[in-house]
Design a binder for this molecule. Structure first.
Ligand code: AR6
Length: 176
């Protein structure tokens, strides 16, 4: 599914975040230490190779809601933006912290004059954020931030399962 806000296309697809070869920066749902870990972070570090963690060490630790950028190493993307999402039920206010991840990642990509960015559903795996609420926060933040962006032309949400995609498509229609 796709929509446009001014010159920006917002997309929502099922897929693997490590296979978005037409995108400048993919976003990692990281841990504070920017270590490989499981889930998205594990997949990104596996495909990127050990050079990514070497670069990450100098930038860690990061705070909840913060975003930092590295190069993509063995990934098909020139850059990775690492965000630390809130652990649901523990890091509060969780909605604001999750929105900060999306906002800060978009700002960082735009400051670097990147054209395209792809996000996984941050915090909805190991960190336990309910998928429907998280989807609404992601799309509302895209809607709020898009008019402020100078360089970004594609914002893509990449969902790892059919069920997560369906929840996101409902939220997409609600927001846009
Ligand atoms: N591509 C796209 N989405 C994926 C992929 C993939 N390859 N793999 C998983 N997902 P998670 P979190 C989905 O747990 O909740 C790590 O160990 C997954 O189905 O990766 O922010 C870190 O090191 C879910 O919907 O991130 C942290 O410690 C979403 O991506 C912690 O987990 C996020 O799942 C971060 O937890």
């Amino acid at each position: 599914m796709k929509t446009t806000i001014g010159p920006i296309t917002i997309e929502c697809f099922e897929g693997d975040i490590t296979s978005q070869s037409d995108i400048d920066a993919i976003v990692n749902a990281a841990n504070a230490h920017l270590a490989p870990g499981g889930g998205v972070a594990g997949a990104i570090h596996r495909k990127a190779g050990p050079g990514l963690y070497e670069e990450c060490k100098a930038l860690a630790p990061i705070q909840t809601g913060e975003a930092v950028i590295t190069s993509g190493h063995g990934l098909p993307n020139p850059f990775v933006i690492h965000c630390l999402g809130p652990v649901y039920g523990i890091d509060k206010p969780e909605a604001k912290l999750l929105a900060n991840c999306y906002r800060n990642a978009l700002k960082l990509a735009d400051e670097k004059k990147l054209n395209s960015i792809a996000f996984p559903a941050i915090s909805t795996g190991i960190f336990g954020y309910p998928i429907t609420e998280a989807a609404l926060i992601a799309f509302r933040t895209f809607a709020e931030e898009s008019p402020k962006l100078q360089h970004i032309r594609t914002i893509r949400m990449v969902l790892f399962s059919e069920k997560d995609l369906q929840e996101h498509l409902k939220a997409f229609q609600q927001v846009f």
